[in-house]
Design a protein around this ligand. Structure first.
Ligand code: TYD
Length: 136
């Protein structure tokens, strides 16, 4: 389970005031959260991501709007996930190539990561990724 991307559903705490979703590191996502960032101002014409990470695991949630995530494990397995709910996310393990695309104009994509930012652990060349994956 740990080495494949999969969807996560988060409980919604609702009452007459609205909804609240809680995400605790380790308890609600399968890692300790070291970093969060969010992406907005994209639209259906852009593709973001286009990389794999040697160390970082991620959980991505469209807290507003929607986008799609295409994952590729470098071993012939490609999947497409739709993120369109503030209470559902995708878990992406390390060493998985990801493209985020088809953003709605109101999309706010919240990303949680297991590691601090280190550009050295990003693989941004698909051929390099495929060659590294064929060696392990
Ligand atoms: P980039 O990796 O291109 O974003 P995406 O994966 O969504 O396409 O990052 C965009 C810019 O932000 C780039 O200059 C690097 C910087 N950045 C950080 O400084 N820290 C971070 O944690 C991230 C994810 C990006």
């Amino acid at each position: 389970m740990m080495d494949k991307p999969y969807m996560l559903q988060f409980p919604q705490h609702g009452d007459e005031r609205g909804w609240l979703v809680v995400i605790e590191g380790v308890n609600d996502v399968p890692f300790d959260i070291k970093r969060i960032f969010y992406i907005y101002g994209s639209d259906e014409s852009v593709i973001r991501g286009r990389h794999a990470n040697r160390k970082s695991e991620f959980v991505l949630i469209n807290v507003c709007g929607s986008c799609k995530v295409k994952t590729n494990d470098g071993r012939g397995n490609e999947d497409i996930f739709v993120l369109d709910k503030p209470h559902a996310g995708i878990y992406i393990p390390k060493l998985v190539w990801k493209d985020m695309y088809d953003f709605s104009e109101d999309s706010i994509l919240l990303c949680m990561a297991s590691e601090y930012y280190d550009p050295e652990e990003y693989i941004r060349d698909m051929d390099e990724f495929l060659s590294e994956m064929s060696e392990v």
